[in-house]
Structures are given as structure tokens and as C-alpha cells.
Ligand binder design. Sequence first.
Ligand code: HEC
Ligand code: HEC
Ligand code: HEC
Ligand code: HEC
Ligand code: HEC
Length: 318
Amino acid sequence: MRFRLLIIMIILAVPIALFAAQKEAVKKAPSKSANPAVEQKSQLDSPKAKTLDELAAKYDVSKCKECHVKEFEEWSKSLHSRSLIGTGRTMATIRTAITDGLMKEQPYSGVKKIEDVKKVHLMQCFKCHLPQLEDATDNVALEIAQAVMDGDQDKLKKVSINCLVCHNKKAIIHKWHDGEPQVNIVYGTKDGPHPHPSFTSHKRSAIMQEAVMCGQCHGLGPNFDQPNPSQCATLYGSYLHSYIPSGGTKTCQQCHMHEFNKGHHMSSYRDPEVGKRAVEMVVEAPSYQFLPRAGDPNPMTVLTVKLTNRAGHRIPDG
Ligand code: HEC
Ligand code: HEC
Ligand code: HEC
Ligand code: HEC
Ligand code: HEC
């Protein structure tokens, strides 16, 4: 009797143990894709890039334009898509930061010649102008520094603030709360499956429609986190401490993407339509005549000019 009970217990125990082991295996499997059939290595899931071309390939967005035609067109015309060149001034200023700053005025930088430039030296600018340099080796920093010295725009154009910088790398701020960005997800405003071989789903980011998303690069003030703080853009500081306390309610995205109807172009004063929205000017000019002596009229005008800043921050900036 006892023997039979033992057999029944063993018979029951085997499938229970098997089931538990299976559950454990599921738990341990990397949760990369909801559907294991489409499980594939993401382009972002690679070791640190050792060359500029490897970094460009890791952050390649050429496929995005097949489906997101409008977003791609607009972004291609934006300054974000040429963030190491800008209007030309950015590339020129990075060059000065190397030759006049690191090599001359900063004797403790460790940079005597261009070959000494490492990631840490470029991060004072690239923290905002090319944050994905974090995912590359010092060799890539040197390749970029050399291209800046040579004015090689074709090379510098290969990397920029592109779709994957905003929709992956910079899409999560509170990493203890939301975790690190996943290598096979593009983050946007809602959840769903995504038909891209590397990015198999899209997911809501808590910050995508908030000003803080843009604030990550649009600056608070001096960059005290850097060994030799620089100060470039500070506009997010002004948005937080001036616009919002004065009763402003709009986000960067509301003005720059939606109200101005610029989508991913996100243009500013160089675009006349946006420039016109910057300042409201009210001019009052009542005229009268002043008679210092009888028969000797002096025409006079009182000119009152009222300028109101309509932007969500100080202008100009940067
Ligand atoms: C990863 C950093 C980063 C993020 C995130 C970012 N920007 Fe920028 N943005 C830059 C840099 C760098 C430039 C300047 C590029 C240059 O000219 O060298 C710039 C330029 C601009 C300009 C000036 C464009 C012009 O034509 O003069 C606007 C407007 C702008 N960004 C708006 C936004 C808005 C709105 C967001 C949020 C939705 C945002 N940015 C998010 C880094 C960023
Ligand atoms: C805190 C982020 C941040 C840092 C750090 C930063 N920049 Fe910028 N930079 C921006 C943003 C954002 C803009 C564009 C918006 C603006 O002008 O307000 C910009 C604009 C510029 C412009 C004007 C762009 C043009 O095409 O006219 C130049 C030049 C520039 N940056 C060079 C540099 C250099 C060189 C460094 C490093 C020494 C640097 N920046 C560091 C964020 C930054
Ligand atoms: C500077 C940051 C930034 C860059 C670069 C960027 N996006 Fe976006 N994108 C946003 C933000 C912010 C939103 C949300 C706008 C909103 O709804 O207020 C958005 C929205 C979207 C949406 C939702 C639909 C829409 O147009 O609002 C798609 C699709 C999209 N982006 C694709 C792309 C693609 C593709 C690229 C590259 C060609 C790209 N984005 C580059 C910030 C960026
Ligand atoms: C084969 C077509 C295809 C390609 C290629 C593609 N996407 Fe998408 N994407 C979609 C579809 C379809 C959706 C879902 C749109 C919807 O539900 O409104 C989407 C959604 C998104 C969203 C979320 C939009 C939101 O409103 O939240 C983002 C962000 C996005 N894609 C970015 C990208 C980026 C970045 C790339 C390139 C790396 C890319 N996509 C490549 C088809 C594509
Ligand atoms: C109430 C609408 C509004 C809001 C909110 C707003 N902007 Fe602007 N912004 C403007 C207008 C209008 C201009 C054009 C004025 C100009 O460039 O001189 C401008 C100009 C800019 C410029 C160019 C600055 C320069 O050097 O003159 C940048 C960069 C920029 N905005 C980024 C942002 C970012 C990032 C946010 C959010 C933190 C934001 N804006 C919020 C309306 C707005």
C-alpha cells in the first residue's frame, strides 16, 4: 500500500518538476522579442564601435525612411541631422575647442597633438551633439577629431542626432524606474508590434511628449558634470525657471513640432515662419505740436514700443 502511494507520488512529481524547470527556462530567456520566431540580433546589440563606420552602422536609420517618409524628410532638413556640422559653425567651434582649448589653454587636458584626443575630451560637446559616442571606443573619437580638423563634412554627416538617439538612447531618463532602453524597441507614444528586423516592437516612453525629453540636450547652464565645464545651450533652464513660473503651459513639442506645423524639422529663427512668432511688437506713435514761441511750431512724436517674447524661453540662445 505504502509502495503504491510512493509510485503515484513519483508519477505526479515528475511532470510537476518538468513543468517547473520549463517555467524557469522561460523566465531566464532574454525577453528580447514577444515572438521567438522573429528573434533576431538588434543592430544596437553589438560591442562598442571601433570605427566611425561601425558607429554609423550601429545607429543606421536608412531603413526608417521606407515607412516613415514624412518624419525622415523633415528630420533630414533639421540641424539635428547634422549635429557635428550645424550651419558650419559647430564644426568650426569643435575645431577651436581642440586647437585653442585642449591643446593650448588647458595644459592639464593631456592633449598635446591631435592623436591624444580621446572620448573624454569630446564629451564636453558630444554629451549633447553626439551622445552615442558613449557606445564607441577612443579610436572613434580620434577619427572624428581628425575629420573635424580636415573639415571632412562627408565623414561627419555619417553620425548625428538621428531617429535612434531620440527614439531609443534618450527615450528613458529614469532608469531605476523604467530600466535601460532595450536594444530591440523603438520608443514613441504608444505600444505595438513594429515591422523592422532590429526593432520588433514600439513602446510608449514616459517622456517622449514632455519638455524634459528635449531638456536632456538643450541645457540648464554650465555643464558641471564635465571635468572642464563648457556652456553652450542653456535654453531648458530658462524654460523651467522663467517660462513655466510666468504661467507658460506649453511643451517644446507643442510649439516646435505641432503648432508651428514643423514636425521633425523642429526649426527656429532661420525659418521665417517660426522667426515671425518670436516677438510681438506693439508700437504707439501719437504725434502733437509743441509751440515754444507763438508761430514757431515744433512737431513732436511720443514713441512707445512694447516687445513681448512669445517663445517659451529666452532668445537668442546657444
Ligand atoms: C541628443 C540631444 C538633443 C535632443 C534630445 C534634442 N535636441 Fe534639439 N538640438 C540639439 C543640438 C546639438 C542642436 C544644434 C545642432 C547644431 O546646429 O550644431 C539642436 C538644435 C535644435 C533646434 C534649432 C534648430 C534650428 O533650425 O535652428 C531646435 C528648435 C531644437 N533643437 C529643438 C528640439 C526639440 C523640440 C527637442 C525635443 C523634442 C530637441 N531639440 C531634442 C540637441 C538635441
Ligand atoms: C548641454 C548640451 C550641449 C553641450 C555640452 C554643447 N552644446 Fe553646442 N549646442 C547645443 C544645442 C542644443 C544647440 C542648438 C540650440 C541653441 O543654439 O540653443 C547648440 C548649438 C551650438 C552651436 C551653434 C550652432 C550653429 O550651427 O550655429 C555651436 C557652434 C556649438 N553648439 C558648439 C559646441 C561646442 C564646440 C561644444 C563643446 C565645447 C558644445 N557646443 C557643447 C547643445 C550643447
Ligand atoms: C530630436 C528628437 C527626435 C528625432 C531626431 C526624431 N524624433 Fe521622432 N519624435 C520625437 C518626438 C518628441 C515625438 C513625439 C511628438 C509628439 O507626439 O508630441 C516623435 C514622434 C515620432 C513618430 C510618431 C508620429 C509623429 O510623427 O508624431 C514617429 C513615427 C517618429 N517620431 C519617427 C521618427 C523617425 C523615423 C525619425 C528619424 C528620421 C525620428 N522620429 C527622429 C523626437 C524625435
Ligand atoms: C516596414 C515599415 C517600418 C519601418 C522600416 C520602420 N517603421 Fe517605425 N513604425 C511602423 C509602423 C507600421 C508603426 C506603427 C504605427 C502606428 O501604429 O501608428 C511604427 C511605429 C513607430 C514608432 C512609434 C510611433 C508612436 O506614435 O508612438 C516609432 C518611434 C518608430 N516607428 C520609429 C522607427 C524608426 C526609428 C525606424 C528605423 C530604425 C522605423 N520606425 C522603421 C513601420 C515601420
Ligand atoms: C510657446 C512656444 C515655444 C515653446 C514652449 C518653446 N519654444 Fe523654442 N522657440 C519658439 C519660437 C517662436 C522660437 C523662435 C525665436 C528665435 O529663434 O529667435 C524658438 C526658438 C528656439 C530655438 C532657437 C534659439 C535661438 O538661438 O534663438 C531653440 C533651440 C528652441 N526654441 C528649442 C526649444 C526647446 C528645447 C523648448 C522646450 C524646453 C522650447 N524651444 C520651447 C517657441 C517656443
